[in-house]
Design a protein around this ligand. Structure first.
Ligand SMILES: [Fe+2]
Length: 313
C-alpha cells in the first residue's frame, strides 16, 4: 500500500502525544468494504433513503484567509436518496450520518470485522465501545481543525482525502479546550493557527485504506477534488473513558473557580477517581450542555449554488 507520510515537526519522537496509548502515530491499514459493495451510488442512495432524518448533520463550511472557519447547517429536507447524492456530488456539503450502527447495520457489521482485525495489530488495545458516522461529502468539502474525544479508525470508501494530523500537546490541544468539548460546553473546533501546519503529519487516503492516529490527536481533512465517502468509527478504551471522565470532572471544578491539574500529570488511580466523580456529576447535572439546537440555515437542493437551497416550510 502506498504510504505517503510527510515526516515533519518531530514525528515519532516522544512528545508527539501526551496521552499514552497503543497507537503512537498515524498509520494506514487496508480494508475490504469497497469490494463488498458498500460504496456504490446505488448502495449509498439506499442508505440515504432509509436513514433517520434526526441522525443527519449537514454542514457547509466557509474559511477566511487565515483558515478560520464559519459554519452553516442544513436540514434533511425531502430529497430522495438519489437526489441528495446528486446535491452532495455537485455541491459544497458535508453530510454526517450519526449512529451508523443503527442507520446502516450491514455496513456497520462489516466495519466491525475490519476493526477487530486492525485492533489486533496493536498489542494491548481493547475497545470497550464503538460507534460510527457515515460521512458523505462534496469534492471541495474541508473539515476544520478539531479533535475527537475517542480513538478513531477512518475507513475510506470513495474519492481522495488528505488528512493533517497534529501533535496532541498543550500547544496544539489545550486541556482547557478538551474539557470544554468533553463537557459539551462547545463543539469540537479547537483554536487553530496557520503556524501549526509545519507540525502536521500529512496522509492521503484512497478507497480501501483506513487510517488510525493517536488518541485525541487534533486533525483536519481536505477532500481532494472528488466526491468522498468514509465511515468514521470512534472507540473508547478503558484509558480513554477514564481520561474523558477526568476531563469532565476538571471542567466542573474549573467552572466553580478551581484550577485543576492537567490530566496528563495524573496517575492512573487519580484518573480513575476523577472518572468515578464524573459519573456522579453527570447524573446530578454537574454542567448543562451549552450546545444549542442549531437553527437550520438551508436544505440540500439539486442545481443550486453549493447544493444549498432555501428551507422549505
Ligand atoms: Fe475527527
Amino acid at each position: 500500500m502506498k504510504d505517503n507520510v510527510v515526516k515533519a515537526g518531530g514525528l515519532g519522537k516522544p512528545g508527539r502525544t501526551r496521552y499514552p496509548g497503543p497507537i503512537t502515530e498515524a498509520r494506514k491499514h487496508a480494508h475490504s468494504l469497497v469490494e463488498q459493495g458498500f460504496a456504490s451510488d446505488e448502495a449509498l442512495a439506499r442508505v440515504l433513503d432509509r436513514y433517520p432524518a434526526e441522525l443527519f448533520d449537514i454542514n457547509l463550511y466557509d474559511y477566511d484567509a487565515d483558515g478560520q472557519v464559519s459554519l452553516r447547517t442544513g436540514a434533511r429536507g425531502k430529497l430522495s436518496g438519489d437526489q441528495l447524492l446528486e446535491a452532495i456530488q455537485a455541491g459544497r456539503l458535508w453530510v454526517n450520518l450519526r449512529k451508523a450502527e443503527q442507520g446502516c447495520p450491514a455496513l456497520w457489521a462489516a466495519s466491525m470485522l475490519e476493526f477487530d482485525r486492525i485492533q489486533a495489530a496493536y498489542p494491548g488495545m481493547k475497545a470497550v465501545t464503538n460507534a460510527g458516522q457515515l460521512i458523505i461529502s462534496s469534492p471541495v468539502a474541508r473539515v476544520p481543525y478539531h479533535f475527537d474525544a475517542a480513538g478513531v479508525v477512518l475507513f475510506h470508501l470513495r474519492g481522495r482525502k488528505r488528512l493533517y494530523i497534529y501533535p496532541g500537546d498543550e500547544q496544539h490541544l489545550p486541556e482547557r479546550n478538551m474539557e470544554q468539548v468533553v463537557a459539551r460546553q462547545t463543539t469540537e473546533e479547537l483554536p487553530y493557527a496557520r503556524a501549526f501546519e509545519g507540525d502536521a503529519q500529512v496522509m492521503d487516503l484512497e478507497p480501501g485504506e483506513a487510517l488510525t492516529w493517536p488518541l485525541y490527536a487534533p486533525h483536519r481533512v481536505d477532500n481532494l477534488d472528488k466526491f468522498c465517502v468514509s465511515l468514521s468509527m470512534d472507540f473508547q478504551t478503558w484509558s480513554s473513558r477514564m481520561r474523558n471522565g477526568a476531563l469532565y470532572t476538571n471542567a466542573v471544578i474549573r467552572s466553580r473557580g478551581g484550577a485543576p491539574r492537567f490530566t496528563d500529570q495524573m496517575s492512573r488511580p487519580e484518573l480513575a477517581a476523577r472518572w468515578a466523580a464524573s459519573l456522579a456529576l453527570r447524573r446530578f447535572g454537574g454542567l448543562k450542555s451549552r450546545i444549542a439546537q442549531f437553527e437550520r440555515d438551508f436544505e440540500p437542493a439539486v442545481g443550486v449554488a453549493d447544493g444549498a437551497g432555501a428551507l422549505q416550510p
